[in-house]
Design a protein around this ligand. Structure first.
Ligand SMILES: C[S@@+](CC[C@H](N)C(=O)[O-])C[C@H]1O[C@@H](n2cnc3c(N)ncnc32)[C@H](O)[C@@H]1O
Length: 328
């Protein structure tokens, strides 16, 4: 059995938690735009190592090459984004881990499973078919009707999507209908938001799992794939952010980086609800979401959405899960 932590560790843990919560409550961003701009610049310059500041503005150096220590499981780096929930979560089996000064933004090492990829023709064929079903769905009609009648304070000129998943990669022997529908939904949004003077709406999508085939196909339907963190840096007041169950805390990042003109993303829960387990449906099956999910709500996300008008989106076919449209 594990020994109890000595008293001074318990004091240090409490001090660390109080420190993080104090900074957060004082309004210190976890994901400052300037930090992501600086990280993006270092990556673009082809640096082998990048410097990223933590919550106390202390920089750490991370290798963009996979260190030997991680080479048995990782093939590449990815940007790690740590939500306020994880920054303040004391792991019962390893409480002192919280003292190792986890930074909100860091570099992690990972591998993307090598799965069979479809050809461009196969992706195009599947997209045409699934898009047809999507356009006939109640959810599509509801989404486009809300968007074409909504009264936004700024005209939407850009859509930036996060975590919609790969189209080309075959997962568990099948293509992901949800990912196809979610990309088709971007095109539906463009049609619904089209201006009478025909000004074009730019579309960007960020998901580190996209492969070359995804990039080529999405480019052919007017969606430009951008690498992390460029999607976040594309956001401005005339942007609609579209995000569905991403593996990173998109809502918390967006709340810090720049408030967009509109969001279509998983419905934000307020107050005590953010700490509770929620029952959700996926592919007709029930599952439970815990408070440490990858894209959790936070007091700052709740403050932000209070400035928007919300319309829930009914989605009986579970193409998205629990989604809402937020318009400023
Ligand atoms: C649970 S899947 C959701 C896929 C799809 N949206 C759905 O609803 O079925 C999470 C997705 O988030 C993506 N993701 C992980 N890190 C990301 C990042 N930094 N930016 C954008 N997407 C990311 C993953 O690659 C994955 O496709």
């Amino acid at each position: 059995m594990r020994e109890l932590e000595p008293i001074d560790d318990a004091d240090k843990i409490r001090e660390r938690l109080e420190h993080v919560v104090r900074l957060y409550n004082a309004g210190k961003p976890l994901f400052p735009r300037t930090l992501l701009e600086d990280l993006n610049r270092q990556i673009e310059e082809g640096k082998e190592e990048v410097r990223i500041e933590d919550l106390d503005d202390v920089p750490s150096t991370y290798s963009l090459g996979v260190p030997a220590l991680c080479s048995d499981f990782a093939t590449t780096y990815c940007i790690g984004y740590t939500s306020i929930q994880l920054l303040t979560h004391v792991r019962p089996s390893f409480p002192t881990m919280i003292l190792s000064d986890q930074a909100p933004v860091s570099i992690l090492y990972t591998h993307y499973p090598s799965v069979p990829a479809s050809t461009l023709e196969e992706v195009r064929g599947a997209f045409g078919k699934i898009r047809g079903h999507w356009e006939e769905s109640e959810t599509c009609q509801e989404l486009t009707s809300h968007l074409s009648t909504m009264k936004a304070s700024t005209r939407i000129q850009k859509i930036v999507a996060f975590g919609l998943g790969t189209l080309a990669k075959v997962q568990n022997g099948r293509l992901s209908t949800r990912s196809y529908v979610q990309h088709a939904a971007i095109r539906s949004m463009v049609t619904a938001l089209a201006d009478v003077d025909g000004e074009e709406i730019q579309c960007y999508a960020q998901d580190p799992w996209y492969d070359e085939m995804d990039v080529a196909f999405l480019g052919s339907i007017g969606i430009t794939v951008v690498s992390d963190p460029k999607g976040f840096l594309e956001i401005d007041e005339s942007t609609l952010v579209f995000s569905v169950c991403p593996n990173v805390p998109v809502k918390q990042i967006v709340a810090d980086v720049r408030w967009p003109g509109a969001m279509i993303w998983n419905t934000v829960s307020e107050g005590e609800e953010t700490k509770q387990w929620k029952k959700r449906l996926r592919s007709g099956e029930e599952f439970w979401l815990g408070p440490l999910i990858t894209d959790p709500d936070s007091p700052r996300v709740c403050d932000m959405v209070r400035h928007y008008t919300r319309v829930p989106l009914r989605d009986p076919k579970d193409y998205f899960g629990d989604l809402s449209i937020y318009v400023k």
